[in-house]
Write a protein that binds this ligand. Structure first.
Ligand code: COA
Ligand code: AMP
Length: 632
């Protein structure tokens, strides 16, 4: 061991200004910052205050000027359409500048918000960078969300316009976006006067005259727009993420801290070099897509890959190995569930044997806990380091990781290794007191959080404080539970709130409960995240019917499944619910969701001393048994 990790970590905590000031040299500043860390308005911290830059300039123009013009910036690999496209840095810059001109022609100015609702096509990345180029704030909405979810985001972000495509392709299904968009605009209170639609040949959209603009036609009339410098502390994007209620939280990302942190992470966490191919097999609608399909690799001068396909079925479980070998990928980042999907279909790695993976160095996994079985399978199959790392939409980059470019530490299965420089991670009890190694508690991070993490929630400082900072003063509350072992390795065991993780997708059980409660026959309900060996967790509903309702429970459950799919989206994977007589509650009326989850997962549980009526727990067990529910 070289001690490089410990040295960097200690410096980042003791002397953050020097540490991040040095890292900031990797970024081109239009105006130098006055201070690395502005802590004059605690608990709000601002990084690189006074500085000005443009994130798109740093991701594209700078590389074109510095000799990367002819290097591939983006490879689009789409097994669902059979298309593969390559864009050099110069070509991508030209496309982004032109589309920035389209946005400007349509009234988008610095500081305006733009919603991007798009599938995994290059135009999604082009639209994001075009916003950044003119200082507009983008908010990408994952294509798997239903119109209602899009409408909620429209009302909070209040966009000047929405950029979308005519359709997405999910395996073999063509999903038309236009009807979803129209419905969302209808549902939203904020008036969206304009949309820009990229027409895909798989399903062309019917445009509404006076509102919808054809992307390609608009480009014909536009001229390229230049980069508009923005403050380091100005927002680059808003990304909505699930909280405990039906209202998602608008996580804000700044420009300066974000550029510095992501460039640093590419070198020191992912251990790649400019010019190498970095592939994040995620979706631009999630934070992983923002940070490591779009911004991180481009800020650092890598080639990024936009993959429109799945780990299996497009066409087979060798899909990832094909992409790695065809495009000479150095590092792949995906979610453990993707590997569980491959393992299920190709347990002995027969497809892997067909491809040359000699250029491939490291597999990074995140988005959910990396269970030891999946870790061992992936590392035995690949014979390369498999690195678990833990992060959240709020932080934008890894909180804990094995920093491959700094000092690779021995891997311990089940642990994302140690806190990344900049993150002072502690385990605390209910009173906010640190607990000793080996004891489980809530994972909290001492303020200030490092650059690149969220400075606040969109136009909602109060909710930011309330949800994250007031719980344990002086700390950021992560919402995760976990512990340290005696070697200082951290273990993240799952959420302590009502957020669940389904196939690496973060979802709110509260949002599902809100939908279910709207059913005319439902008196009350609870949704928990039950264990699932493939997707990690799956939502499971417990429903109490109104007295006098005598309909067939299966019929009601089917209606609830349809409602959640229609109002939240297929991605919620809400497919199972059971009708129960009563819900277990504490005497003060709090529903005991944790205990119900344990019953569903067949785990031992203690009967809470505060429970209103312990008999209800047996009723829950019986109801699950009566519908043949079994943990998978
Ligand atoms: N647009 C529309 N629908 C979508 C969608 C999108 N962008 N993404 C998913 N869906 C739909 C799916 O088609 C599926 O619909 P169905 O119920 O009709 O079958 C449903 O939402 C559930 O999707 P998912 O949970 O993703 O299941 P899946 O079987 O389609 O795929 C995996 C399973 C594991 C292959 C896939 O979830 C995956 O690759 N996960 C990686 C997660 C990830 O990228 N996380 C980000 C952090 S790294
Ligand atoms: P998201 O904001 O969608 O990135 O989801 C963040 C949540 O996913 C975290 O709060 C964790 O609960 C979970 N998560 C992400 N990465 C990991 C990991 N490596 N190990 C355990 N849980 C993880």
């Amino acid at each position: 061991m070289t001690g490089a990790y410990r040295k960097a970590y200690d410096e980042s905590i003791k002397n953050p200004e020097e540490f991040w000031g040095r890292a900031a040299k990797a970024v081109h500043w239009d105006r130098p910052y006055d201070r690395v860390l502005d802590d004059t308005n605690k608990p709000f911290y601002r990084w690189f205050a006074g500085g000005e830059l443009n994130t798109c300039y740093n991701a594209l123009d700078r590389h074109v000027k510095d000799g990367r013009a002819d290097q591939a910036a983006l490879i689009y690999d789409s097994p669902v359409t059979g298309r593969v496209g390559r864009y050099t840095y110069r070509e991508l810059l030209d496309r982004v500048a032109l589309f920035a001109g389209v946005l400007a022609d349509n009234g988008v100015k610095k500081g305006d918000t733009v919603i991007i609702y798009m599938p995994m096509i290059p135009e999604a990345l082009v639209a994001m960078l075009a916003c950044a180029r003119i200082g507009a704030v983008h908010s990408v909405v994952f294509g798997g969300f239903a119109p209602n979810e899009l409408a909620i985001r429209i009302d909070d972000a209040r966009p000047v316009l929405i950029v979308t495509a005519s359709c997405g392709i999910e395996g073999k299904k063509v999903i038309e976006y236009k009807p979803l968009l129209d419905r969302a605009i209808e549902l939203a209170s904020h008036r969206v006067a304009r949309t820009i639609i990229y027409q895909r040949p798989e399903a062309r959209a019917e445009l509404i005259a006076g509102r919808d603009i054809d992307w390609t036609e608009a480009e014909k009339k536009a001229s390229p727009a230049g980069c508009v410098p923005v403050k380091a502390t100005d927002p680059l994007y808003i990304l909505y993420t699930s909280g405990t209620t039906g209202l998602p939280k608008g996580v804000v990302r700044d420009n300066g801290g974000h550029a510095v942190a992501l460039a640093w992470s590419m070198k020191y966490i992912y251990g790649v070099e400019p010019g190498e191919v970095f592939w994040a097999a995620s979706d631009v609608g999630w934070v992983v897509g923002h940070s490591y399909i779009v911004y991180g690799p481009l800020l650092y001068g890598c080639t990024t890959i936009m993959y429109e396909g799945k780990p299996v079925g497009t066409p087979d479980p060798g899909a990832f190995w094909r992409v790695i070998s065809e495009h000479k990928v150095s590092a792949l980042f995906t979610a453990p569930t993707a590997f569980r999907a491959i393992k299920k279909e190709d347990p002995n790695g027969e497809y892997l044997k067909k491809y040359d993976l000699s250029a491939f160095r490291t597999l990074f996994l995140a988005g959910e806990r990396l269970d030891p079985d999946t870790y061992h399978w992936a590392s035995d199959m690949l014979g390369k380091p498999v690195i678990d790392h833990w992060w959240q939409t709020e932080t934008g980059w890894a909180i804990a990781a094995n920093c491959m470019g700094l000092e690779p530490l021995p891997v311990k299965a089940g642990s994302p290794t140690k806190p990344v420089p900049g993150f002072q991670v502690e385990i605390v009890d209910g009173d906010g007191k640190q607990v000793p190694a080996g004891s489980e508690g809530v994972v909290a991070i001492r303020l200030p959080l490092p650059p690149g993490t969220f400075p606040t929630l969109w136009k909602n400082d109060d909710k930011f404080r309330e949800s994250y900072l007031d719980i344990y003063p002086g700390y950021y509350f992560t919402g995760d539970g976990g512990y340290y072992d005696s070697d200082g390795y951290i273990y993240i065991m799952g959420r302590v709130d009502d957020v669940i993780n389904v196939a690496g997708h973060r979802l709110s059980t509260g949002a599902m409960e809100e939908v279910i409660s709207q059913h005319p026959d439902v008196a009350e309900c609870a949704v928990v995240g039950a264990a699932d060996s493939f997707k990690g967790q799956l939502p499971l509903g417990f429903v109490v019917l109104k007295s006098g309702v005598e309909r067939n429970p299966d019929e009601i459950v089917n209606e609830l499944v349809r409602m959640v799919r229609d109002q939240i989206g297929a991605v919620a994977c809400f497919k199972q619910a059971v009708v129960v007589k009563r819900l277990p509650k504490t005497r003060s009326g709090k529903i005991l969701r944790g205990t119900m989850r344990k019953i569903a997962d067949d785990e031992t549980y203690s009967v809470p001393s505060t429970i209103d009526d312990p008999v209800i727990l047996n009723e829950i067990k019986d109801s699950l048994a009566s519908v043949g529910y079994q943990k998978v």
